[in-house]
Design a protein around this ligand. Structure first.
Ligand code: COA
Length: 160
């Protein structure tokens, strides 16, 4: 059976921590979709269209990886698109409780053959979040090595 996996998040912006999960998940599954959520609860630096464009540019070359976007309930997107696996990255123990809660709630909502699978983020990136890189960058601190170069250039263009 072909396994279709989904890695979802706001990716505002995509960081090297996200890339670490994406490259590893792409090796594990036949097809991986990076599903970018348009989340009205979060004030975003980039529109969802800009994020799709940026992420697509970064991931160009990873053969079995696609980029999509959605709004609303994650489970609706998962069930409607026939994903078998939802990948989540864990950075530290602080992520665990929230992820456990979400995984249990989603398990009620997903079709029964869908599993949430956790990958440990490389410790090199376990301290970063999109908000933190945005804050440091906006204050002209260096975020070299924490976001892909394509993303850094787009962030620089917005800051100027
Ligand atoms: N490396 C670096 N940073 C990481 C990371 C990693 N491996 N994994 C997560 N992060 C960061 C993200 O950048 C994000 O930073 P930010 O808060 O500063 O933007 C933060 O950790 C939280 O990430 P995440 O939990 O993926 O949140 P999100 O907003 O990006 O996405 C959804 C969360 C999409 C999974 C969740 O909101 C959702 O499912 N929404 C749909 C509505 C729904 O179905 N709700 C019911 C859920 S039970």
């Amino acid at each position: 059976m072909e396994i279709k996996a989904l890695y979802t998040g706001s990716f505002d912006p995509l960081t090297c921590g996200h890339m670490n999960i994406i490259t590893r998940a792409a090796r594990l599954y036949d097809e991986l979709t990076v599903g970018i959520i348009s989340n009205p609860a979060k004030k975003a630096m980039f529109t969802v269209e800009e994020r799709v464009d940026m992420v697509s540019e970064v991931l160009n070359g990873l053969e079995n990886v696609k980029v999509g976007h959605f709004s609303g309930l994650l489970a609706d997107y998962v069930n409607a698109n026939g994903f078998n696996v939802v990948v989540r990255g864990l950075r530290a123990t602080m992520d665990f409780e929230y992820e456990l809660q979400m995984a249990h709630m989603n398990a009620r909502l997903f079709h029964e053959d869908v599993e949430t699978v956790f990958l440990m983020t490389d410790p090199k990136y376990s301290f970063i979040s999109s908000s933190m890189v945005k804050e440091v960058h906006s204050l002209r601190g260096s975020i070299d090595g924490l976001v892909p170069d394509v993303i850094l250039r787009r962030m620089d263009a917005v800051r100027k």
